[in-house]
Design a protein around this ligand. Sequence first.
Ligand code: SF4
Length: 438
Amino acid sequence: MSTMAETADPTVDVYARKYPGVPAEVILKEDLLRRGMTFTDAAMEAARGCRTQAYYLFSYNISGHHDLKEGMSTAAPEDIIFRGGTRGMKRTWIRVVLNNASPYVVDVVDGTTMLCENGVPLAEVVYPSKPEYYGKTFADGMRYEQVVPLLYNSYAFITTFRACHYWGDKEECRFCDINYNLRELRKLTGDHVTADAIKDVSKVVEVLAAMAAEPDPAKRMLTILMTGGSIVRPLRGGPDNATDFNLPYVEAIRERLGRRVPIVMITESQPLENVKRFRNAGVTSHNANLEVWDKRLFQIIAPGKAKYIGYDTWVRRLVEAVAIMGEGGVSPNMVSGVEMAQPWGFATVPEAVRSAREGFEFLMSQGVIPHLDTWCVEPGTVLAGHPPVPLDFLIQADLAWYETWRKYKLPPFAGYGPVGGGPGVAVYGNTGSVDLGG
Ligand code: SF4
């Protein structure tokens, strides 16, 4: 536990001077997403009993499990709120990216859990408490949260297929650790059941029903996000494509829970006929993640997507899907910053921002609303060890996203909660772009 601060000028203040119109919350959030954070023993003790890291899709950490202090990789919170401090920051949700070399450390300072940079306390930290369904178990011992974790106290996240058929150097996206993460998780838990690659439909529905019964409105399920790795051949003798594989989940969820909660379906690009089938079954939003706008970079960064579907078909389907799903119902993820991945990416911030803005302009003018997910350089990827993306890029890309979104008077991308009301409104913790405005 520490009780004193050093005097280094925090990054949030340096960049607030450089970008006077940008809220401190956005700057701090982006710097945390790109550089991660770690926890002192006192802060880990204070986190005891909180909702912890679930490793539900990617590791989303910069440090590997074994590079972290004993027990931290599983006992650290999945996400946190930062708020207050001397800058009076509004409550801001953020994904916890663990990095044992980060200058950002969560510590207990004079009895309060604080986020510090190089020892300077910046904001109070609130850990997420567990919803009621956490800890319930199935007859085989599997815990409910291993089937569907809750993120940001709002998102039910279902990875229906937690591996990807895009395999090896020539196919896996270069920023992605999905297959590595599954292997690591199996080593970590020593248990192939809890880290099973395919989710059981009846278990998924059972957990969602328990989540829908949550008595605390603050932990109410706001949305159901469904995703998985790409499918290019029959899965255990069953469907050989993401639509046929995922539809039974959607149908069973709608049958049990009705239509109250949106379903966001994230798959590789699908033929429009299949997008219609998703919509008809009750999917609210279909998101085929483009990851990066520049065509040359797409082919390098996402070689499996380029090989099996191709950039032009991917983009065309996104645009045409808007007529099926409506505005807000087509929201591909963009890995914000991966356009600067070396040795292939843009070498300067202005070039990279120009490309990102060009993508926002084209897509949003057509009613497609890309959403950003700040690139976390994970150890199990081809790009492991890459330096963090410049903070200038992340701030400027957020501004470009927000300005374009406002220009076309678009709604929030469906199923991720409120967007654009300024700090303190959004719940999405993977980008600062949603915290602009107000
Ligand atoms: S398509 Fe790419 S980003 Fe998606 S799971 Fe497969 S390798 Fe990862």
